[in-house]
Design a protein around this ligand. Structure first.
Ligand code: PMP
Length: 283
């Protein structure tokens, strides 16, 4: 297995993590996960843009420009002969003696690897159970940083009660979920939290927003109260791994009919159509 480390692709076995890497000690870094279909990166430009935005916000200098990074990632996909799966990419502030402030002279460490299909789930159209939990995270979750403890604890809480996802509620308003964005549909209007510093602006979220028109839904980027969320006709979550995950109950309360909704199905089909439009076998 090969990985990308800064400017070079090397065997994974010849790479080791320095104990003083700031990603390891502080979670001082950023990441992206990007799907690959038939060897083609899905929504790569958007992921690349978000990665560089996260880097700018944290003042981490990425050792390559966008073109170079794209070339390296494509080369890694080719070397690994990846067909369907994903790439994981992270950049930390680098290796330095442990101090909290930005250390002088440290250069960022970029690592990327690919994973074959297995862990990539297709949109789960059987419907998922979710719970709600207080959003205890910091106020810059728009940055896709390695600091994910609030998310980890929330997901664990969900898993412990047999749910698949935890919805964050901040001051009575629904923000997003532990590893996904959330949408609610009521009377032909699709509600989701605006892309500010209280949510990660998911790439799948952005794709779904573009698809709303095709299924005749109006978009309303307004935070939902928890009470409003319970009363939605349909609720679904989005992320790179799952694409669209229809929610059938929240905190044990049925959403709509308690079954996967029509709009969720239609959006999922549109999503698949979009994927088909970029993969070689459907051209
Ligand atoms: N919010 C959070 C907190 C996430 O971790 C993710 C997944 N990375 C998302 C939203 C969805 O983002 P994307 O659609 O880009 O995967």
């Amino acid at each position: 297995m090969y990985i990308l480390v800064n400017e070079g692709i090397i065997p994974k076995s010849s790479f080791s993590i320095d104990i003083e890497d700031r990603g390891y000690q502080f979670g001082d870094g950023i990441y992206e996960m990007v799907k690959v279909f038939e060897g083609v990166l899905f929504e790569w430009e958007a992921h690349l843009e978000r990665l560089f935005r996260s880097a700018r916000e944290l003042r981490i200098a990425i050792s390559m420009n966008k073109e170079e990074l794209t070339k390296q990632i494509q080369q890694l996909i080719a070397i690994e002969n990846l067909r369907d799966g994903y790439i994981y990419l992270q950049v930390t502030r680098g290796v330095a003696a442990r101090v909290h402030h930005f250390p002088e002279g440290a250069t960022s460490v970029l690592v990327a690897y690919v994973k074959e299909g297995g862990e990539v789930r297709k949109a789960e159209l059987t419907g998922i159970h979710v719970i709600t939990t207080e959003d205890i995270r910091w106020q810059r979750v728009d940055i896709k940083s390695l600091n994910l403890l609030g998310n980890v604890l929330a997901k664990q809480k969900a898993v412990e009660v047999g749910a698949q996802e935890a919805v964050f509620v901040r001051d009575g308003f629904v923000t997003e979920c532990s590893s996904s964005n959330i949408f609610g549909i009521k009377d032909g209007v699709c509600y989701t939290h605006p892309a500010n510093h209280f949510i990660l602006n998911g790439i799948t979220r952005q794709v779904v927003i573009r698809l709303l028109e095709k299924v005749s839904l109006e978009l309303e980027e307004t935070p939902m109260t928890l009470e409003a969320l319970y009363e939605m006709d349909e609720v679904f979550i989005t992320n790179t791994g799952q694409e669209i995950g229809p929610v059938i109950d929240i905190d044990g309360r049925k959403i709509g009919t308690g079954e996967v909704g029509e709009y969720s199905r239609k959006l999922s089909s549109e999503f698949q159509r979009l994927i088909d439009s970029v993969v070689p076998s459907k051209q």
